[in-house]
Design a protein around this ligand. Sequence first.
Ligand SMILES: [Zn+2]
Length: 255
Amino acid sequence: MPQEYIEIRGARENNLKNVSLRIPKRKITIFTGVSGSGKSSIVFDTIATESQRLLNENFSMFVRNFLPKYAQPEADSIENLSMSIVVDQKRMGGGSHSTVGTITDINTILRMMFSRIGQPHVGPTNVFGFNDPQGMCPNCNGLGRKLDVDMDKFLDTSKSLNEGAILFPEYNVDSWGWSNLINTGLFDPDKKISKYTQKELHDLLYSEPIKVKTKMGAKDFNLTYEGIINRFTNKYIKQDLKPSLSGLKNRLSLL
Ligand SMILES: [Zn+2]
């Protein structure tokens, strides 16, 4: 079969200065160059846009109203286009437990295979899942790396709470989180963290949940104080686990 080309003449989209080129079809072509040299202008704004625009022209006016609108790219001619598929540079969705295996679902098949033919036999499919509570490594929760709080970045022990000892922005002095913490009345806001007793520090960071009454405006509220590191862990580290676990359970129930 003779080689066919996508032929572009006089492309002037964005910063392109009258660029003409031929791109071989059914081959892999890579556009490289310094930032701002016009790679995206050729690939996305000229080729993909024109391809999409031509495709949309096949639909009736009524349907076209619902489709994205593409202006004709600035060029003298663009020929031999076929349909384009734009694969975005964005990261795929999914939490820290997403891997190629989970996204393609091949993980499920691998788990099943090991549970059926693995020797010695150690258990059902879910114990082979790195993000199933029964199968995951308890140290890293199946992440392969341990997420933890860097205390030096979280807390400046040379300061008091009133001086902004907690470096995490959620507890900036006068913020909502900070006021809540002070209003619990559990900690001396003027005492430097380095002067805290071991128990005080432990309560500040990790403490069994403590029920406290706090004032917001004129109203009293009942709050449970859970320690700033516990709160951070629950809110930011453990939350990440939940979607993948529920997704996994859905898939397991399908098996
Ligand atoms: Zn581990």
